[in-house]
Ligand binder design. Structure first.
Ligand SMILES: NC(=O)c1ccc[n+]([C@@H]2O[C@H](COP(=O)([O-])OP(=O)(O)OC[C@H]3O[C@@H](n4cnc5c(N)ncnc54)[C@H](OP(=O)(O)O)[C@@H]3O)[C@@H](O)[C@H]2O)c1
Length: 329
């Protein structure tokens, strides 16, 4: 790739988000050049594309917190040209130019190999959302959770993190209860992923009593706010909660009672700064435990021209499962 040859990239500035011709010398710092094949639309990408504050650390910037593709060239011995690599987070599409482009220049230390069993398209379908779902499951396992402990609640069930969390937990033998705002339209979809029971998210999204009937061994939450507080109030004695998201809100309007009277544990999940060892562990487990046919059933692909509309749609809670961006289409 010569420095003067142009390719497509989304750029977000203070005034606009648009697809533009770009050259590699506009990509910024990094020891490794990657030819991207696929990126994706995560909630955070929606925030960046809609120019909401707090995601992009400077303007103009290429958004996109995920990329999957091939190494073109690297200053590191770690990578050879042609190797299949992926990157989730680590500042991509936040503090440096991201994955919604045909090329990225990144720090090679942040890349990991795409597991052999997973195609590049499927790796993008997993993306940060699936990686985070896996981190949540690993955290529950590390805290001692086993399927015999009882049902696991997944909030934001039809979203990216929620859908993949359901598929993973069901595959691992857990009884899964899905909380969704789309009971009417997504019940078949959620059952197909492995949900045993579906409850309307309205059951959790309003203020509730600080302690409620104990019914869940754990919760995988990507919603926050009253939903998380009500889920905590329904956990069994010594129940576990992972929290990674704020689709309802960043507030935590609850009491300490579930913690001090039921010994409930709240575990924070952050995918962006996950150390390399944990990234590799999570991706190996995804290769082992995620049913790839189910993954296909929760994935759709869009061309670069649809990225702006999909970014707005994910913030309205309208996207289901995962949306892969084919950066060459
Ligand atoms: N900590 C991390 O490292 C990390 C990593 C990945 C994602 N996240 C966060 O996790 C969240 C989910 O990400 P995602 O990519 O899965 O997004 P997503 O695909 O948009 O999924 C979010 C889901 O939450 C539910 N929801 C939306 N608005 C809601 C509301 N007002 N009240 C209750 N539920 C609502 C919807 O599910 P239903 O339609 O089924 O109700 C929606 O599909 C985001 O906040 C994201 O920033 C954090």
């Amino acid at each position: 790739m010569s420095a003067s040859e142009s390719f497509h990239a989304w750029w977000v500035s203070a005034e606009s988000a648009e697809l533009r011709d770009t050259t590699t010398d506009q990509l910024g710092e990094g020891d490794t050049l990657v030819r991207i094949e696929f990126s994706g639309i995560n909630f955070k990408d929606g925030l960046a594309l809609e120019r909401r504050p707090g995601i992009l650390k400077e303007y103009p910037m290429i958004p996109g917190i995920d990329l999957v593709g091939f190494v073109v060239e690297s200053d590191l011995d770690l990578w050879q040209p042609g190797e299949r690599v992926l990157l989730n987070g680590a500042g991509l599409g936040e503090s440096h130019n991201g994955g919604l482009a045909q090329y990225a220049r990144v720090s090679g230390a942040d890349l990991i190999s795409v597991p052999q069993q997973i195609s590049n398209f499927r790796a993008a379908a997993i993306g940060t959302a699936g990686f985070t779902a896996m981190l949540s499951v690993l955290a529950l396992e590390d805290a001692g959770l086993e399927p015999s402990a009882g049902p696991v609640l997944v909030t934001g069930a039809a979203g990216g993190v929620g859908s993949i969390a359901i598929a993973l937990l069901a595959e691992l033998g857990y009884e899964v209860v899905a909380a969704s705002g789309r009971v009417d339209t997504a019940s078949n979809y959620l059952r197909n992923l492995g949900a045993d029971r579906i409850i309307p998210r309205s059951e959790l999204s309003e203020p509730g009593r600080p302690l409620q009937k104990q019914e869940f061994a754990a919760v995988v939450d990507s919603v926050g706010s009253h939903t998380l507080v009500n889920a905590l109030a329904r956990l069994n004695y010594r129940g576990l909660a992972t929290v990674c998201g704020l689709a309802q809100g960043p507030d935590l309007p609850g009491t300490v009672l579930p913690f001090i009277l039921r010994g409930v544990h709240l575990i924070g999940i952050n995918s962006v700064f996950a150390p390399r060892e944990l990234r590799e562990r999570a991706w190996q487990r995804l290769a082992r435990d995620l049913n790839l046919d189910l993954l296909d059933s929760l994935t759709r692909s869009i061309p670069m021209s649809d990225v702006g509309a999909s970014g707005a749609a994910i913030l309205r809670g309208e996207l289901r499962g995962r949306t892969v961006v084919d950066v060459d289409a």
